[in-house]
Design a protein around this ligand. Structure first.
Ligand code: NDP
Length: 343
């Protein structure tokens, strides 16, 4: 077969402290080609990308290296993300053509992977859609599962507040909290998202763009657990309305990822007076402890309909740059998945 274009999504320019600009800071590039029949594998595999996860943290990978190093353990410049691919050719006896694998893969159509130990072969005995391994049965689901188990310490009847509750992480947290007998307050940014989180079991669901979070929490609190996906003023409101001995799980801070200045939370003193425990975490740290239980439970529960999951598909790798900014603008409704190719 003649070489074909091997399109890729490239972080081209540091976006500064503002939203990514598709076509400028992140671009789709078709300058490279690949001959899928002859490209050398050096003992590895040739993968064709099927589904690529679009996660808010991709924005973080665009920070300058020193800043990224200072703030977390994310390795420098990695233009790759969680993806499901199918093996096209293999020189590794543990992988056969047609196998589906999950890995941190470059944002491109075809990739040669030499370090096949970094790939997870998906047996998928439950027969769930492959894309679910990027969401409810992938990194975001694992984020919710691991940190809820590690930090929430729920008691039946506890009041839990979840922000960005309709998203990939938030929707799983709502369901875990309900399964543990908690009363759930959930916020989201559109009428449809609010209706969706209510359908997941949230007892109180509201649109934070229409009703101030502080007002809702004043009425429905005090809260025993706050799952923070957004940071900023929402975190401040949650601390204000927290109960004594509340647990605050700091998962994300999306309201501050694209702003010129960091948001300085003004009431941290409440951690002292209310003896609040606040936990920041990165999923990769908790993963080894919970990985086995997660894959034993979550795909089976999803297959049986015991855990609900919604996906937001964007079709075509060339739409990658737009998809990356859309999760920061709230345009995704459910887990954002870039469909690169369909089988
Ligand atoms: P989502 O699927 O929830 O998508 C992001 C959503 O955030 C948007 O749809 C939007 O929903 C909401 N949002 C955007 N801007 C704001 C804002 N200014 N204020 C309030 N909400 C906003 O993403 P994920 O579920 O993948 O991620 C959720 C959070 O978890 C993120 O902060 C992410 O960085 C974090 N995360 C952390 C991990 C860890 O290891 N600690 C791992 C994975 C994710 P809406 O319309 O409701 O505003």
């Amino acid at each position: 077969m003649a070489p074909v274009k091997n399109g890729r999504v490239v972080f081209k320019e540091y976006p500064g402290k503002a939203f990514v600009v598709p076509g400028k800071t992140v671009v789709y590039d078709e300058s490279e080609t690949i001959d899928v029949d002859t490209v050398p594998l050096d003992g590895g595999v040739l993968l064709k990308m099927l589904y690529l996860s679009i996660d808010p943290y991709l924005r973080r990978l665009m920070l300058p290296t020193e800043e990224r190093k200072a703030h977390s353990g994310v390795p420098p410049v990695r233009i790759a993300n969680w993806a499901v691919g199918v093996v096209v050719r293999s020189e590794d006896p543990s992988h056969n053509a047609g196998d589906h694998v999950l890995g941190l893969l470059p944002l491109r159509h075809y990739s040669v992977v030499k370090n096949t130990a970094a790939l997870m072969k998906l047996e998928n005995k439950e027969g769930i859609p492959w894309s679910a391994y990027l969401g409810v049965c992938g990194m975001p689901g694992k984020t919710a599962y691991c940190a809820w188990k590690e930090f929430a310490k729920p008691k039946p009847g506890d009041t839990v507040f979840v922000s960005a509750a309709s998203g990939a992480v938030g929707a799983v947290v709502v369901q875990l909290a309900k399964a543990d007998g908690c009363r759930v307050i959930a916020s989201a940014g559109t009428h449809e998202k609010v209706a969706y989180v209510a359908s997941l079991g949230a007892d109180v669901a509201f649109n934070y763009k229409l009703v101030p979070t502080m007002k809702v929490l004043q009425r429905e609190g005090p809260i025993n657990i706050y799952w923070d996906n957004v940071g900023g003023e929402t975190l401040e409101a949650a601390l204000e309305q927290a109960a004594t001995h509340a647990r605050v799980i700091v998962c994300g801070s999306i309201s501050t990822y694209n702003t010129a200045e960091p948001y300085n939370v003004k009431n941290l003193q409440l951690l002292l007076w209310k003896e609040i425990h606040m936990y920041g975490f990165l999923v990769g740290t908790l993963e080894p402890k919970y990985q086995e239980a997660f894959y034993r439970e979550m795909p089976a529960k999803y297959a049986k309909g015991e855990v609900k999951y919604k996906e937001h598909f964007v079709r075509g790798l060339e739409k990658g740059p737009e998809a990356i900014v859309e999760v920061h603008e709230g345009k995704n409704f459910g887990k954002s998945v870039l469909v690169v190719a369909e089988e």
